[in-house]
Design a protein around this ligand. Structure first.
Ligand code: NAD
Length: 377
């Protein structure tokens, strides 16, 4: 692992989730921007001091020189560092698991996706919400035509934690997220809008045709948007509406997806992730429960406990790690991956996310808020 040191947010989620299925073992790390603190943290995690590195460059040199190097490296650092770290890892022959957004700039995302493709190295991107079993279930059922042709997609990711100027009060996570050079051009849209955009496209299979956006910065002095409204036109005629907000008081992590088709609809809310609401035309509202016997193999492969025993965020994140392990193994063994290793978020999905953010900010910054087609859809 690179990043995710003392006081960091997502690194610990990676550590917990990667352990759940016994497919990964954390054996080396350069956890912190401060090399000494990073080494101390690694040793405190129980790592071999020889594999407790101060920098990612040391990690690459140290691991490349071993007979038993790491299989993959998870990048859990602020956005602007993803590209140089991932590039160096891929060039040294390592597989990569990278946090979203893939990079802070479009040029970096284009270059990284090309490098991943040309090198043949595995690059997984941790779009968390595509790890939930009922999100897969909705994807399978929509592909089967259960709600007919998709007409409109409503997707939202509201958070409240940045409703006050906490970046000025020493909040580590808010500080780099409001710095365009470290975060990238899109504030809420880059940080969480990318999750919503991926989720909508993943579940519906729709590809974007064009978008128009309205960004706002409500907290005084903040350099980036903290609220975004985006209208989406998908290829084939479907429409979408995406809302991301860091200032939506009352929302802890209110990811919500609603897909309306010609024959029915699906609704999923991440704070109630064990239920998928299905409503057929002229029928009753139905609750599809995670773990039910009649679900798809895609959902079953991502389910560990029977219905009624709640699974959630850590299990969804673990499903990404399970899938990455299966995909990497299958590739090395020259076989097709099993269901857990299919339909994973990869480098191209990461590029699509960054291209989406670029198009949103371009549209919002233009005076007439034009419809724009992202460079990758
Ligand atoms: P954070 O500020 O809490 O942690 C960043 C960590 O990276 C710190 O430990 C810092 O010391 C370390 N670091 C910085 N530069 C480094 C370098 N050059 N070498 C080694 N370590 C370095 O940030 P966070 O909130 O955990 O976010 C990290 C990344 O994860 C971001 O890209 C963010 O968008 C993403 N994220 C994803 C999700 C998700 O749901 N998938 C959730 C939160 C954050």
């Amino acid at each position: 692992m690179v990043g995710g040191g003392q006081g960091a947010y997502i690194g610990n989620i990676h550590r917990l989730a990667s352990r759940l299925d016994g497919q990964w073992q954390l054996v080396a790390g350069a956890f912190d921007v401060d090399p000494a603190r990073g080494r101390d943290f690694a040793i405190a995690q129980g790592l071999d001091p020889a594999r407790s590195y101060g920098t990612y460059q040391e990690l690459i040199a140290g691991e490349a020189a071993r007979e038993d190097p790491v299989d993959a490296v998870a990048i859990c650092t602020p956005n602007f560092t993803h590209y140089p770290i991932a590039k160096a890892l891929i060039e040294a022959g390592f597989e990569v698991i990278c946090e979203k957004p893939l990079t802070a700039t479009l040029a970096d995302a284009v270059a990284l996706e090309a490098l991943a493709r040309e090198s043949g190295r595995f690059v997984g991107v941790t779009y968390t919400y595509s790890g939930y079993p009922l999100v897969h279930e909705a994807r399978v059922r929509i592909a089967r035509g259960e709600i007919g042709d998709v007409r409109t997609v409503q997707v939202e990711y509201p958070l409240e934690w940045m409703s006050a100027p906490i970046e000025k009060a020493g909040n580590q996570q808010a500080a780099w997220r409001t710095d365009p050079l470290k975060n990238g051009r899109g504030g809420s849209i880059g940080d969480i809008g990318t999750h919503a955009y991926h989720l909508a496209g993943f579940v519906t299979g729709l590809k974007l045709e064009s978008l128009t956006a309205d960004l706002a910065t409500f907290v005084e002095g903040r350099a980036l948007d903290d609220n975004a409204h985006v209208l989406l036109r998908y290829q084939g005629g479907a429409r979408g509406l995406l809302w991301s907000s860091q200032v939506a008081i009352g929302n802890s992590n209110g990811v919500r997806l609603r897909v309306f088709g010609s024959k029915g609809s699906f609704q999923w809310y991440q704070e109630q992730p064990n239920e998928l609401i299905y409503t057929p035309l002229d029928g009753r509202v139905q609750v599809i429960k995670r773990g039910s016997a009649d679900l798809s193999e895609d959902a079953a492969a991502r389910t560990r406990t029977p219905p009624g025993h709640p699974e959630g965020y850590l299990e969804a994140f673990a499903n990404l790690y399970l899938g990455f392990a299966e995909a990497i193994r299958a590739r090395r063994e020259g076989r097709e991956p099993g269901p857990a290793g299919r339909n994973l978020p990869l480098a191209y999905d990461g590029l699509k996310g960054v291209a989406f953010v670029e198009a949103v900010v371009d549209s919002a910054e233009a005076e007439d808020q034009p419809w724009i087609t992202p460079v990758a859809v």
